[in-house]
Write a protein that binds this ligand. Structure first.
Ligand code: NAI
Length: 468
């Protein structure tokens, strides 16, 4: 029987990063995944393929709608969807292959099959050909992630009622795509197919899109996406979906009024659920919470000693980078170091155009906590580089503590928001103030100058705009 210091179940961003950190710290490590391609949801059917399609479709949008503004005339631009999809698949293949290579170079033992914890320290792996391998390990980490949540009246059928997985590979743009849920998945994949020619309608239960992000910036994003052709119905509760012969009829209610929508495809993007099905054997006694997430303490240990859990399978935002940080902290705790995750400095991003990014508290969240805050804002229409780029939509917004000036939150709406948010995240991680950021020299002309200016605006001293 193989014996390890750590066995990690699940090779997504949480699991595989934990495996590398464990190897770096000299722990004898194994990782198990039921899929041939490593990297989990993020690399195979999530973050990476969606970003590949978002970039390709954004290029098409630029060529067909924006290029003329730069004096570039392109006639008859068309999409070769099979080529676009195969480029996406190539990117996925390169990255999942890269993870396999990383496991090898770090001397992490890789087992392909379905894992089950039979007892503390004991894991069995059932391979595709029905064989079972037994592993022994001092420590076990559950990193089995999440799966798309289903609506009870709209079960996935893989063709008409679909999850994000199928929406990454439609053979052609559906004439009418109906999206249920205006969260990250609905907005990103809705954007992709809208740019590629589908008529996209988004139904959202709440009175706003992008819940969890700054409300003002979310409203501006909704305006931008509406201008791009997406239709939104907010405060709309979907009550039924009937799919027949490749066509769907969706019933909903909005303010007491009954609505009906017709669609060729329905993308259900109403969240994801923690996935630990079949991983914890009977009698092991690992506790789950009311949402079937594995319960852990601040060291990521479950109620059973030496069994840990990280990533989407535990509470918190379902984000790859959150899982990675937890994987590293969990391993460092196992290795006797003080692993720690700062949950106040985890950025969230929706990769639409413009992108919406946020880290820390929104203005509303800070006020709900009774905190006294000052706000600094700066629009990209006053930023030279954004104007030179013909990409001046959006703004930067800081939320700072009114007494100490410490930055509590930062929010960016811009084509490159996903990159711009990193600077604010670092400053928050270091406990910095808006003045620290505002006094830092930023290269000119760059989009990041808008970040500096928004920080200066907290003290009403932005340079390139009238401060109010
Ligand atoms: P989400 O939780 O972000 O959004 C789901 C939306 O659906 C919510 O606004 C909710 O109010 C709405 N909803 C729920 N039931 C509904 C109903 N019956 N009718 C109408 N609306 C309804 O979930 P999403 O977008 O599916 O994403 C799942 C997870 O994956 C999230 O945790 C998200 O953060 C993560 N993710 C992150 C990405 C990123 O970081 N860019 C990209 C994709 C997913």
């Amino acid at each position: 029987m193989d014996k390890f210091d750590v066995v990690i179940i699940g090779a997504g961003p949480g699991g595989y990063v934990a495996a590398i950190r464990a190897a770096q710290l000299g722990l004898k490590t194994a990782i198990i995944d039921k899929e041939k391609e490593l990297g989990g949801t993020c690399l195979r059917i999530g973050c990476i393929p969606s970003k590949a399609l978002l970039t390709s479709s954004d290029h098409f949008h630029f060529i067909s709608k924006e290029a003329a503004k730069h004096g570039i005339l392109v006639e008859n631009s068309r999409v070769d969807l099979p080529a676009m999809l195969s480029r996406k698949d190539k990117v996925v293949k390169a990255l999942t292959g890269g993870v396999r290579q990383l496991m090898k170079s770090n001397k992490v033992a890789l087992f392909e099959g379905t894992a089950m914890i039979n007892a503390p320290g004991k894991v069995s792996v059932k391979t595709g050909n029905g064989e079972t391998q037994e592993l022994e390990s001092e420590n076990i980490i559950i990193a089995t992630g999440s799966v798309p949540a289903e609506l009870p009246f709209a079960r996935f059928d893989g063709t008409t009622i679909v999850s994000s997985t199928e929406a990454l590979s439609f053979a052609e743009p559906p004439a009418k795509l109906l999206v249920i849920g205006a969260g990250a998945i609905g907005l990103e994949l809705g954007s992709v197919w809208n740019r590629l020619g589908s008529e996209v309608t988004v139904l959202e239960f709440l009175p706003r899109i992008a819940v969890g992000f700054d409300l003002e910036l979310s409203n501006l994003l909704q305006r931008a996406l509406t201008a791009q052709g997406m239709k939104f119905h907010l405060e709309t509760k979907v009550t039924g979906v009937k799919a027949e012969n490749g066509h769907a009829v969706v019933s909903a209610t909005k303010g007491g009024e009954a609505l009906t929508f017709e669609a060729d495809k329905v993308l259900v993007a109403v969240g994801r659920r923690a996935f630990a099905d079949g991983v914890i054997g009977q009698g092991v006694g690992v506790e789950l919470d009311d949402r079937k997430r594995v319960k852990v303490d601040r060291h990521f240990q479950t109620n059973v000693e030496h069994i840990y859990a990280i990533g989407d399978v535990i509470a918190g935002p379902m984000l790859a980078h959150k899982a990675e940080e937890e994987g590293i902290a969990c391993i460092e705790n196992i290795a006797g170091k003080a692993g720690h995750v700062n949950y106040d400095a985890i950025p969230g991003i929706i990769y639409t155009n413009p992108e919406l990014a946020g880290v820390g508290l929104t203005e509303d969240q800070a006020k709900e906590k009774g905190m006294n805050v000052r706000i600094g804002k700066f629009p990209f229409r006053a930023n030279g580089r954004a104007l030179a780029n013909e990409d001046a939509e959006g703004l930067v917004k800081f939320v700072a503590d009114a007494e100490t000036d410490r930055i509590l939150g930062a929010h960016v709406l811009q084509h490159a928001a996903s990159e711009l948010i990193a600077e604010a995240t670092s400053v928050i991680e270091f406990g910095g103030s808006s003045e620290d950021l505002g006094r830092t020299c930023h290269a000119h002309p760059t989009l990041s100058e808008a970040v500096k200016e928004a920080a200066l605006a907290v003290e009403k001293r932005a340079i390139h705009i009238v401060n109010r």
